[in-house]
Write a protein that binds this ligand. Structure first.
Ligand SMILES: Nc1ncnc2c1ncn2[C@@H]1O[C@H](COP(=O)(O)OP(=O)(O)OP(=O)(O)O)[C@@H](O)[C@H]1O
Ligand SMILES: [Mg+2]
Length: 260
């Protein structure tokens, strides 16, 4: 019972934390804004030579900052007067509706299932120049939805209407969704979190991306601080677990650590 309470509290704190961190960008914190402006410039240069204006954000595992980085990057690009659509394609643990305080009764899942129309589903002008398409209700078959023909059609339709499309996705080393989506996008930006992501995690993500010829636009080093490693390997897995993803392999590793 206590564990359940602690988990709920941890989840609430994490959600509040997420909201606070995008608020920082909305109200304008110089250092954070500067870092994101630099990221925007680099990303836009990197995709300028590509046919597609759709940019995905992913990472190796959970909790590395995909959602917060994609939200803040979308805001930064919108602030530079480009018309941006942010799409929550994490149909397993969506958070963009929480970050922006939006309803999520309709979204990607209802659009793919033809239960709603784009004009009634996309949240328009969430901030100036930024529209947000939330995940919609969590479907039982997220991977099938992601690879559906309808998803491709939606991306094609949106890429005509917006200057840039930013896509938040689940972790690469846990589920295949992010890599599947690269078929329709210019590639993905890999978020790496200091003290959390390991060299092995990155290597595994890059080799999975290589296998299907997915383009890696670049890497964002998130949560850089002067401190020595904050999280050890053991804590790292505990951390992932508290965010809800735990693949069989991770679970095995966690169990091994616990037995030690
Ligand atoms: N640079 C940072 N400094 C402090 N906290 C951060 C930073 N980046 C992310 N966080 C926090 O870490 C948590 C996880 O971030 P986020 O949801 O963006 O990760 P994610 O990679 O999308 O995770 P998931 O795979 O679960 O979707 C959030 O509470 C967020 O506020
Ligand atoms: Mg996320």
């Amino acid at each position: 019972m206590l564990g359940l309470f602690n988990n709920k509290r941890a989840k609430r704190n994490a959600e509040k934390d997420l909201k606070d961190r995008t608020t920082i960008l909305k109200v304008g914190n110089f250092a954070v804004t500067e870092a994101y402006n630099q990221l925007r410039t680099n990303i836009l240069f990197a995709v300028s030579a590509q046919d597609s204006n759709i940019i995905e954000f992913s990472s190796s595992f959970s909790g590395e900052g995909k959602s917060i980085t994609s939200a803040n990057t979308a805001i930064t690009i919108a602030q530079a007067n480009a018309k941006v659509l942010l799409i929550d394609c994490d149909l397993r643990k969506p958070v963009q509706h929480k970050i922006f305080g939006l309803k999520n009764d309709k979204g990607v899942s209802t659009l793919i299932g033809r239960m709603s129309k784009a004009e009634d589903t996309i949240h328009k002008g969430v901030i100036e120049n930024l529209d947000v398409l939330t995940s919609g209700p969590i479907p039982p078959n997220p991977s099938e939805m992601i690879v559906s023909k309808r998803m491709q059609e939606l991306f094609e339709e949106f890429s005509q209407k917006y200057d840039y499309i930013i896509v938040d996705t689940p972790p690469i080393n846990v589920v295949t969704d992010a890599l599947e989506l690269t078929k329709y996008t210019s590639g993905l930006v890999l978020v790496v979190r200091q003290g959390i992501t390991t060299y092995e995690d990155i290597k595994k993500s890059l080799s999975s991306a290589n296998l299907i010829d997915a383009n890696i636009i670049g890497v964002v080093l998130n949560d850089v601080r002067d401190l020595k490693q904050k999280y050890g390997r053991y804590n790292k897995y505990g951390y992932y677990k508290s965010y809800g993803y735990e693949s069989k392999d991770e679970k095995k590793l966690t169990d091994v650590k616990r037995k030690k």
